[in-house]
Design a binder for this molecule. Sequence first.
Ligand code: ATP
Length: 457
Amino acid sequence: MIEQVPGKVDMDKLVSLCKRRGFIFPSSEIYGGLSACYDYGPLGVELKNNVKKAWWKTVVQERDDMVGLDASILMHPQTWVASGHVEGFADPLVDCKQCRQRWRADQIKDGKCPTCGGELTEPRMFNLMFKTFVGPVEDEASVVYLRPETAQGIFVNFQNVLSSTRKKLPFGIAQMGKSFRNEITTGNFIFRMREFEQMEIEYFVKPGTDEGWFKQWVEARFNWYSDLGIKKENLRLRQHGKDELAHYARDCYDIEYLFPIGWSELEGIANRTDFDLKQHAKYSGKDLSYFDDETKEHFIPYVIEPSAGVDRSILAFLADSYDEEKDKEGLRVILRLHPALAPIKVAVLPLSRNEKLLPLSKEVYDSLRSCWMVQYDDAQSIGRRYRRQDEIGTPFCVTIDFQSLEDKQVTIRERDKMRQIRVPIEVLKPTLEAKLCGEPLDVLPPGGKKWLGFEAS
Ligand code: ATP
């Protein structure tokens, strides 16, 4: 049963939109699905790529102090002994004696089964890592784990990155990719999955400067979500209490989002001190210290770790952008996605299927698709086609009509207020580029004019 926050979009509505329009499908659905695993469809994969691209742009491309990494999912098993995951990456599991359902003991409020009210067993610890084997022999010596986080791939490559890039502190390494956790309680769509993607940063700093950098990262990461359109009132910071902090962590904040299921973690930012590098130095026997040229000292850097989930971000972006408006044709469903995230940036729509419009419409379509993901749609009425694009979050539609054949101008219609401008085809591409980067619609290119919808705004 999915709980629902009043006033937020219904989770069922989101799930159904995602299925219907090809954002997200249950994994291996024809066989009945696999619990807590999902597949991203044609629009979903675009949205997911755009979320990852936006993160990479902010944390790697636009910063001098960050580099990227793509480590393998399977790692030497000692990695997980050193990191503490073999010993401690476990949740307390309880079973309902009546209906046999399993729960995480720390998520049970009154000691009874939330489904049937039945009595629960004593908690026992359950390790969340998926185990598998390398090579043909399935024995303890060949055990490896599917990584439960991407972070350890960064720590074990600290010296490789340092010596190959000659970076000086403070600097960070960013990585995104799949992680796997055999979660006990799942559900709530893509909020908690067994196979999911993370976007993680390990930012290495000189001890003593860590608190300042921690504050900067908390602020930078909060702003990333709001800059990409999430309403500030739906975001909040929650500092971890002393009882929640890992023994080595100095401080930790969660960025929480008001999901349809309530306030929940979107991203965690932790000051992990020198714990991870020290552990890997100890277990590998390798020197993972940093030599400071100026002070001529060797030391183990402290680490600030902003750790985000791709899928949870997608759920937040979808939930926050979902909107409905009543109009004379019924209900207009709109995904008010930031243009950087929208799966399709522009739709090219000939006014009708009349073959006179075809050559120019195709010419316009071909000229735009090398720049962005563009859709061509000539099926059904123009009104219905606009609605279809609104529902998948397409920021702009370009309409070619009979007048276009005469004056070589087309209409650009924006999603949010449905206002329209008319622009010469020869300036269509730079005009769309400017609008996708945030230029107001009423800034007109040479020869352009305001068209429909402006009176009402
Ligand atoms: P939770 O308390 O919700 O289990 P966590 O504190 O264990 O999460 P972290 O280990 O800090 O999560 O992971 C960092 C981020 O990875 C989370 O903020 C979340 O966005 C994402 N994440 C973690 N587990 C999952 C999961 N099972 N499914 C989807 N995303 C996840």
